[in-house]
Design a protein around this ligand. Structure first.
Ligand code: ZN
Ligand code: ZN
Length: 474
């Protein structure tokens, strides 16, 4: 395949655009670094044949990142919508950050604007993305032609979900570099208290402004850092599935943010200091991680065992009716722990698989036990297949070699989080040691996806190592 100077495939396939709509290109209000500008504009809105054998079509078609993002939004939305009725979705905080300005700009351009508020639940808690909230919003939706969610994880997911259900285009205005879901097709709601992953559709465009991202509450930006740091574990987990079960794997999706990572790994203090170039690098990495999930057609490149630790904390919070910390902050700590666990796993020279428990810990999950058990049951055949694979031929040696090149040391992850003033301890995510230990011990029960947590269980390292891990790394 034809390659450019940085080794990426050259995109020879025609650029995809909507029916009779010319593809608009990103206009940066400031100078992008050439590498990042190139990667972003070469990925989004493109259809290309990949070395992995698949044809990838990457939506959103357009990424706009400029200081005048609000002013550019009406024209952008007009290019994506057949009518002029817009639903602007925000919560009280994101309405202040940009939602009100977006609604005003749309009104001034002649749009019929319906503002829809994602209410805070009682007790001063932040909104959540769950089926109840979505159903309520869906009933209040006044037949718009386009949905513009203005917000971060929760509002962006709810907007994407509503747009998918009502078959409407969605243009997301991102208010924080806090998570990697903006550009992905996935929605990660709680349904009847259980953390699920639904496949919807990516927004047609994602728009934001540097000042809005820089002024977001810092804990949100720190959460974004945690979410992108997950990549070294999640990519390794994806590779693990490819080697053990012959599952699809795309090296290009894994290397998508390779050129951007050094910008925040080498200088995490710049994120803490809200330097424009660092926030931009983080935001681009988050968007491209969303593109990687589109390429994979699953969340695998961005969500492995480290995410399951965070999901376990979320579900324990749902079980107990209490709040949990931000997704990305939990994921950052989960990445430290999963990286440390990978180190233990990869030290094993001759694997001797042990049988995993046949069922989940029902007493622990309480009312959620049946739902959790359903996911776990789907994974049971994988334990048997993995046990066969790692004891056959030189598979284990090859796997150790491949994975040890991918996983970053836990010290490195912890150092980056610490220098960015992001949470890197149980206390930092407002969690007791006992609660975190329970999450680490039960996280593998949550999903059918096979991760380092399962490999460690199969090798007899978990659950025994959980206590040591939490003591040493959290
Ligand atoms: Zn590919
Ligand atoms: Zn995440």
């Amino acid at each position: 395949m034809n390659r450019d100077e940085s080794g990426y495939p050259r995109f020879s396939a025609p650029v995809r655009s909507g029916p009779n709509k010319p593809l608009q290109r990103t206009v940066a209000g400031r100078d992008y670094s050439p590498v990042m500008h190139k990667i972003t504009t070469d990925v989004f809105g493109r259809t290309f044949e990949c070395d992995c054998g698949r044809m990838h079509s990457i939506e959103p078609r357009e990424i706009v990142y400029c200081d005048d993002a609000v002013g550019r939004l009406p024209a952008l939305a007009a290019g994506e919508s057949d009518g002029r009725a817009v639903c602007v979705l925000s919560d009280t905080r994101t309405r202040r950050a940009a939602g009100a300005a977006v609604a005003d700009a749309m009104k001034s351009s002649g749009w019929d604007v319906h503002e829809l508020a994602v209410e805070d639940p009682p007790g001063g808690r932040s909104p959540v993305c769950d089926d109840t909230t979505k159903d309520k919003l869906s009933a209040e939706l006044c037949r718009p032609d386009i949905i513009v969610p203005v917000g971060a994880g929760v509002v962006s997911d709810l907007g994407k979900w509503l747009a998918f259900e009502h078959d409407l285009p969605c243009v997301t205005f991102a208010t924080a570099a806090s998570m990697n879901g903006y550009a992905s097709a996935n929605v990660a709601p709680a349904i009847e208290g259980v953390k699920e992953l639904l496949r919807a559709r990516p927004p047609v465009a994602v728009i934001s402004a540097a000042p809005v991202l820089a002024e977001a509450p810092y804990e949100l930006t720190a959460a974004g850092l945690g979410d992108v740091l997950a990549k070294s574990v999640s990519s390794a987990d994806w590779k693990l599935n490819a080697v053990l079960f012959g599952e699809y794997y795309c090296p290009r999706a894994v290397s998508l943010i390779a050129d951007i990572e050094p910008l925040y790994l080498e200088n995490p203090e710049a994120i803490r200091d809200r330097r424009a170039d660092a926030i931009e690098a983080l935001y681009e990495a988050l968007l491209l991680t969303g593109a990687a999930m589109t390429m994979a057609e699953t969340s695998a490149p961005a969500s492995g065992g480290e995410h399951l630790i965070s999901h376990a904390l979320d579900m324990m919070a749902a079980r107990d009716g209490v709040e949990h910390d931000l997704h990305g902050r939990q994921v950052g700590l989960g990445t430290v722990l999963a990286s440390a666990l990978y180190r233990r796993v990869l030290e094993v020279e001759s694997p001797r698989p042990v049988a995993p428990p046949e069922d989940v810990d029902r007493a622990f999950w309480g009312s959620l036990a049946d739902a959790v058990a359903g996911h776990y049951a789907q994974k049971m055949p994988k334990y048997a297949a993995a046990a066969d694979a790692i004891t056959a031929g030189d598979t284990w040696d090859k796997l150790r070699e491949a994975l040890s090149r991918m996983v970053r040391p836990p010290e490195r992850i912890r150092d980056v989080l610490g220098r960015a003033s992001a949470a890197a301890t149980a206390e930092g995510i407002s969690c007791t040691r006992e609660r975190l230990l329970a999450a680490v011990t039960h996280a593998h029960e949550l999903r059918s996806r096979f991760t380092v947590l399962d490999l460690a269980l199969l090798l007899g390292i978990m659950p025994a190592a959980a206590d040591d891990l939490v003591t040493a790394w959290a």
